[in-house]
Design a protein around this ligand. Structure first.
Ligand SMILES: Nc1nc2c(ncn2[C@@H]2O[C@H](COP(=O)(O)OP(=O)(O)OP(=O)(O)O)[C@@H](O)[C@H]2O)c(=O)[nH]1
Ligand SMILES: [Mg+2]
Length: 195
């Protein structure tokens, strides 16, 4: 059913694990090899959220700078976004604000977003404490005037991967319900003005 299809864009620096998270949720597997995404790849997955069947069309975008010029076209029509950094590279966290700016410049209105610190299984080489992720999520929530939750994930061990997609799914459902309510309200108002 078309009405329950949601487009999700996965964005962030090269090698943070965008493809790994997408492959983990769609196919339940993990590959240690790094094959950099060219342009965009797609995953599709059905979820049941709050008793509703939905399908997520996951747009796994390229993070490497040389593909940057392609990015903005992919953001159009997105219903939700995962902003991914790598907990072993501070630079990838610092770049999140650039990615979110890029996204916001290419969509009509703000959408549900989740901040994701991936590779949390690599605690031994961690460079970004979880508290930095928390702080950034709070700052971005204030800046964009909507709650942006924060999770640490591991595509390798599957920690929190499903939780992230389920949370984003319920945020997107809520957003859609809000849009529908607004539309009904406007319709009613237009009717009463007319008569
Ligand atoms: N230990 C560990 N390694 C991970 C995890 N997620 C991804 N990796 C590894 O990190 C590398 C990069 O992962 P990708 O998923 O290809 O990264 P990407 O963000 O899609 O990269 P681009 O497509 O170039 O933007 C690969 O070697 C993965 O195996 C994780 O949670 N834990
Ligand atoms: Mg990739």
């Amino acid at each position: 059913m078309k009405k329950n299809i949601f487009k999700v864009v996965v964005i962030g620096d090269g090698a943070v694990g965008k493809s790994s998270i997408t492959i983990r949720t769609c196919y339940g597997k993990f590959d240690r090899a790094y094959i950099s995404t060219i342009g965009v790849e797609f995953g599709t997955k059905p979820y049941t959220i709050e008793g509703q069947e939905i399908t997520m069309q996951i747009w796994d975008t390229a993070g490497q700078e040389r593909f940057r010029f392609l990015q903005s076209a992919y953001y159009r029509g997105a219903h939700g976004a995962l902003l991914v950094y790598d907990v072993t590279r501070m630079e990838s966290l610092k770049k999140i604000s650039v990615w979110i700016d890029d996204l916001m410049n290419n969509i009509d209105q703000s959408i549900p977003m989740i901040l994701v610190g991936n590779k949390c299984d690599l605690d031994i080489v961690r460079a970004v404490p979880a508290s930095d992720g928390d702080t950034l999520a709070d700052t971005l929530s204030e800046q964009y005037n909507r709650v942006i939750p924060f999770y640490e994930t591991s595509a390798k061990t599957n920690q929190n991967v499903e939780e992230v997609f389920l949370k984003l799914g319920s945020m997107m459902l809520e957003e859609r319900l809000f849009e529908v309510e607004k539309a009904v309200e406007w319709k009613e108002r237009a009717k009463s003005d007319w008569w």
